[in-house]
Design a protein around this ligand. Structure first.
Ligand SMILES: [Zn+2]
Length: 328
């Protein structure tokens, strides 16, 4: 079974390949692991394997079934439990009725159930019935952040696939293939900061233009802070509101500012800083005392929390300007 699209998880991939080669696919799996650990990638591969009509190793990635699965338009792959689609008893019962309608074109019909850990007991009991009494062509992929929240009776009907965090090297390797246009430094940084959760690394790299802009503006803000140019600092922050920055962009800017200030602190203490941020860190370390840099980090962290609640962007921007101008 070709599971190469899933990063890391060598033992799990070997186990699954071996078992499917020997006994074929199981009729129910629990894909267990924290958000961003690869549950959706693995579910996509397994779902494709169920509907593959290539005749050889599954998934073949080239038959009509695999292609439709990859595009998310296969009529025999049914997703439930996503945002705004609560898996309550009625929903699970509806899935049960649906399961008795034969597949449209594939040999199997696959149900991908997200956030399975959130199912309450009555829903889980309805699910148990479906797992036990569903037609033989029906297959189930339960995605769970924490499989321990599922009833033992449900777990015992499924094969449990535990996804593990990947190593920084595995993450870097995977990111190199997925983000060839990003700098090796940025990929290494994301691989290191994601703590083995690739979804987080993707988020860090995928910010796209917003992140680029946040990065640029954070560098400018730091420069103004280093120059102690109070007026320019206030003007910068007034412009944030005038240019209609939203909370997410402002949070990204604060994240970047914190990163730059931390670099300065690390550099000032003789530690190592990523090559592409080293010059900036050196400059900031020369202009800002450790106390001033720490004050700025504290301010930025406080404001980031404020961005997460319902404080308006104008307030946060004003607070940022006044706060930074007041740092000595
Ligand atoms: Zn195929």
């Amino acid at each position: 079974m070709d599971l190469s699209a899933l990063a890391g998880n060598g033992p799990l991939k070997r186990q699954l390949s071996l078992e499917t080669a020997r006994h074929g696919l199981s009729h129910a799996y629990i894909l267990n692991g924290p958000p961003g650990s690869g549950k959706h990638t693995l579910a996509g591969l397994l779902a494709a394997a169920f509907v593959c009509t290539g005749g050889g190793e599954v998934p073949c990635f080239s038959c009509p079934g695999c292609k439709k699965a990859a595009k998310g338009i296969h009529p025999d792959i049914i997703r439930a439990g996503g945002e705004g689609d609560e898996l309550n008893v009625a929903r699970v019962r509806a899935l049960r009725s649906d399961a008795y309608i034969k597949p449209n074109e594939a040999p199997r019909k696959v149900y991908i159930l997200e956030h399975a850990q959130d199912l309450n007991q009555p829903s889980q009991n309805a699910l148990l019935k479906l797992l036990e009494e569903g037609p033989p062509y029906a297959a189930f992929l339960l995605l769970a952040d924490n499989a321990a929240a599922l009833l033992p009776t449900v777990r015992s009907r499924c094969q449990i696939l535990n996804l593990s965090p990947v190593t920084a090297e595995e993450a870097e390797h995977w990111l190199a293939a997925r983000f060839p246009d990003k700098s090796p430094g940025a990929r290494a940084d994301a691989a290191c900061r994601c703590q083995g959760i690739l979804g987080r690394a993707v988020e860090l790299l995928d910010g796209g233009c917003v992140d680029g802009k946040a990065q640029e503006e954070a560098a400018r803000l730091l420069e103004l802070l280093c120059r102690r140019d109070e007026l320019a600092l206030m003007e910068f922050c007034v412009a944030l509101e005038r240019d209609k920055w939203d909370r997410d962009s402002l949070t990204a800017l604060l994240d970047q500012l914190i990163l730059l200030l931390r670099d300065a602190l690390v550099y000032g203490a003789g530690g190592a800083v990523e090559e592409d941020r080293r010059a900036q860190a050196s400059l900031a370390a020369q202009s800002l005392s450790q106390k001033a840099a720490l004050q700025a980090v504290e301010l930025a962290e406080k404001l980031r929390t404020a961005c997460g609640s319902n404080v308006g962007v104008g307030h946060v921007a004003g607070w940022l300007g006044a706060g930074l101008a007041g740092i000595r």
